[in-house]
Design a protein around this ligand. Structure first.
Ligand SMILES: [Zn+2]
Length: 483
């Protein structure tokens, strides 16, 4: 590893969340009965003509702007010719030398805490192919079934520059890219359903060498963790071959997650094998300045910018901001709560320590939470004012999840519980502690005021965390001062 440097580039396919397909009116819907969302256009029957879906263009443009690409005012659709059972019309409508957008980048965090800019070569718009099904049928051993519902679904293909130098960087790039695309709302990026798919190009070269080594491509890996593992495996494989005097074969490979290794598929087609030519049935695509400006105006605040702003605005940590921006919905909900809460930092803590953990334990998504953000705010304010203790809040949250009721409802149901302000028990405890620890009392009275923490700690421990810290402080300082 010390001798060689990996060079990684990624191709990511993202299905766009349009209501209909890219060039016909068929539904773009995952999970329909096989071969029900099809028509002469997406099947490529003779005489059928494609009509471009404006929403697909808008979504591809929005994604392009979010990853800092320059949008081309005039782009060209091209036919990519190949036959495959799941592409019966014999070609895919794609874009070739004039894609809709180019020259973008995203920033990814690196191990040393700085950021690195990963270039994006291009984003182009194309249609998806159908799906071959090899299992789940009685005769699956001898036959392959074809589902063409996916044929013609709009895809954005995002091609990175070969700028990544480790599997960890590739993982970060994918994580950031997915996060950005999710924020724009143009795709659900659901890898299990195939709406985000990734191919990874990898080569190694001796450190210091400028030319790239021969690359292999790992196709269709279905999780970011597997991409990282597949790249780690490939890097080792390349180095072993080179060290033993062999040559790398340029080819496509598949990652087998069970075995933790890649296997060769077929030699990589060269670009000219696809015999690209301009699609004769479609006009050049024009996204003029006015349209671009309208789309740019709908660009939401992106995750990294939002994290920076939230840290400043609410005084939360980078870690808090990271968790709270995991999805746009969570960030929106947090902010609506934080704006009205007495202490936004407490909201951040409660969401992370009390809410997300319980949601996970109950297998619930944020949208299914029994406690709304209004509920979180109400509970945070009660703790803030000293009306309830942290321990009481935990118990009330447990009841919310048990009963599937929101916090304000459970708080009412429980008769608006309040932590005790009766100081007699506290005073007795304080007197005992003061009698038992003369040395500490002496230090306190000699001016070492921080010694109060010692006593507060003892009282909190004795009350099993139930005592109101503010009250404990009041009583103790009064007693220690000798009143
Ligand atoms: Zn169709």
């Amino acid at each position: 590893m010390a001798k060689y440097e990996p060079v990684i580039g990624l191709e990511v396919h993202v299905q766009l969340l349009t209501a209909t397909k890219a060039f016909c009116g068929c539904k773009n819907q995952f999970g329909s009965a096989p071969n029900t969302n099809i028509c002469p256009v997406c099947l490529g029957l003779p005489g059928a003509l494609p009509v471009l879906n404006a929403k697909a263009v808008e979504f591809a443009t929005l994604a392009s702007l979010a990853i800092n690409c320059q949008v081309r005012e005039r782009s060209i659709f091209a036919r990519k010719n190949y036959f495959y059972p799941d592409l019966p019309k014999g070609y895919q409508i794609s874009q070739f030398d004039k894609p809709i957008a180019e020259h973008g980048f995203i920033e990814v965090p690196t191990a040393d805490g700085s950021t690195k800019r990963i270039g994006i070569t291009r984003l182009h718009l194309e249609e998806d192919a159908g799906k071959s099904l090899h299992e789940g049928f009685a005769d699956a051993a001898s036959k392959t079934a074809i589902d063409l519902n996916r044929t013609g679904v709009p895809l954005a293909e995002i091609v990175s520059e070969p700028d990544m130098r480790s599997p960890a960087e590739a993982y970060e790039y994918l994580t950031r890219l997915k996060e950005i695309i999710l924020y724009t709302g143009v795709s659900d990026c659901n890898m299990e359903e195939g709406s985000l798919r990734c191919d990874a190009n990898i080569s190694v070269r001796p450190r210091g060498q400028k030319e790239f080594g021969t690359k292999t491509e790992v196709k269709n890996v279905n999780s970011f963790r597997f991409v990282k593992q597949a790249l780690e495996y490939e890097i080792e494989r390349h180095i072993e071959i080179l060290e033993s005097g062999g040559k790398i074969t340029q080819e496509s490979r598949l990652y087998n997650a069970h075995e933790g290794k890649t296997n060769g598929m077929r030699s990589k087609e060269q670009a000219h094998d696809y015999r690209y030519f301009p699609e004769p049935d479609l006009l050049p695509l024009v996204v003029d300045e006015k349209w671009q400006a309208a789309i740019r105006a709908s660009l939401p605040e992106l995750p990294e910018a939002r994290r920076q702003r939230m840290m400043k605005e609410y005084g939360i940590t980078a870690g808090d901001a990271h968790t709270l921006t995991l999805t746009r919905a969570l960030a929106d909900q947090f902010e609506s709560a934080a704006r009205t809460a007495r202490n936004p930092r407490r909201i951040a803590n409660l969401v992370q320590s009390e809410l997300l953990g319980r949601l996970k334990a109950h297998g619930l998504e944020l949208e299914q939470s029994p406690i709304s953000m209004t509920g979180v705010t109400a509970s945070a304010d009660l703790v803030e004012s000293g009306a309830i203790s942290g321990k009481m809040l935990k118990d009330l949250y447990d009841l919310c999840f048990e009963r599937s009721h929101d916090f304000p409802a459970v708080y009412e149901e429980q008769g608006r519980p309040e932590q005790s302000r009766d100081t007699s028990a506290l005073e007795k405890l304080a007197d005992e502690l003061i009698a038992d620890n003369p040395k500490q009392v002496e230090q306190y009275r000699a001016g070492k005021k921080t010694m109060i923490a010692f006593f507060v700690g003892r009282v909190m421990k004795a009350s099993k965390g139930q005592a109101n810290p503010q009250l404990v402080n009041e009583v103790l300082s009064r007693k220690l001062e000798g009143h």
